[in-house]
Ligand binder design. Structure first.
Ligand code: GUN
Length: 299
């Protein structure tokens, strides 16, 4: 329950809708100039339910902004060599501006080898080591979707980051590690003093209580409790979990990594789950695809 009227909810759904509108307007402008639309492709291997849902949402969002979207589906039995040749095709098809390989891949496939095979020019997930290197050096590149989306959330909520102590919980390759790097850069919506905490961090609550901005990506429901944060903190909750809830019709509810009901009243801003970070990740992917398209058609 949110009983403190001074707490501002960061409305990811609204911000994502605004950015999608801007992208759609840009696509319309280009169409009016007689140009083809940007084209985002996705590769889906196997039958994982969550992966199917993600790819369907990406396809829907692409269509909403006027992109061409295609999905290449393969059975979980595909060999690594077969998947590499599918990537080779996508790398060389000039009508496809960017593509993603939905992760995780089946265990018999070496994920690193697959990610390295994606052309850095089409790697709109920003996972290829070339693009990760560019991100670390502050070169123009495709930023990974979740941290990029979080930066846009902070920017569009007018949250000052410069000089702030930002504590990032979690060091995954797709969220915590790039987020810590991006926020420490000498750039707009950055310039933070960053502390990256992980499963081996000692005295975690002592560190989180120093955070002006706390980014939580630990993958554990209700992990951040009220006594772990200071008054006035800004919290971005990256977690998404389905927990049993007998009071709901569906029998479950969606919660984040933060114990929202007990923590929110201490915050100046907090992103809710659902409706916070989630809607922004797909928007980041669309934004990266637009960048890939511009670079592809203007090369
Ligand atoms: N699986 C979970 N998140 C992601 C993502 O951002 N990109 C891809 N390709 N796969 C994922």
């Amino acid at each position: 329950m949110l009983d403190n009227k001074n707490v501002k909810l960061i409305d990811g759904k609204k911000i994502a809708a605004e950015i999608k509108k801007e992208i759609a307007a840009e696509v319309k402008r280009m169409e009016a100039e007689g140009k083809r639309c940007p084209h985002l492709a996705a590769v889906l291997v196997g039958e994982d339910g969550a992966s199917k849902t993600y790819v369907a949402s990406k396809e829907k969002a692409s269509n909403e902004v006027g992109f061409t979207s295609s999905v290449y589906r393969y059975p979980a039995t595909i060999t690594e060599e077969e998947l590499l040749s599918a990537i080779d095709f996508l790398n060389n098809d000039n009508e496809i501006d960017g593509f993603i390989i939905q992760l995780p891949l089946p265990k018999h496939i070496n994920e690193s080898r697959i990610i390295e095979a994606i052309s850095p020019k089409k790697d709109v997930d920003g996972f290829n080591p070339v693009n990760v290197g560019k991100m670390i050096l502050g070169f123009s590149t495709f930023l990974p979707a979740t941290p990029f989306g979080i930066q846009m959330l902070l920017e569009r909520s007018n949250i000052e980051t410069e000089g702030k102590h930002c504590v990032v919980l979690g060091r995954s390759n797709i969220v915590g590690t790039p987020m810590a790097n991006m926020l420490s850069r000498n750039a707009s919506n950055a310039n933070c003093t960053v502390t990256l905490c992980h499963s081996k961090t000692k005295n975690l609550a002592e560190i989180t209580r120093q955070a002006d901005i706390l980014i939580v990506a630990v993958g554990k429901p209700y992990f951040v409790k009220a006594d772990m944060v200071k008054e006035g903190v800004v919290i971005i909750d990256v977690g998404i979990h389905r927990v049993d809830d007998s009071t709901s019709e569906k029998g479950y509810k969606i919660v984040g990594d933060v114990d929202f009901d007990n923590v929110a009243s201490k915050c100046s801003y907090i992103s809710p789950v659902p409706g916070g970070v989630g809607p922004m990740t797909i928007v980041s992917l669309l934004s990266n695809t637009l960048k890939a398209y511009r670079e592809n058609v203007n090369k």
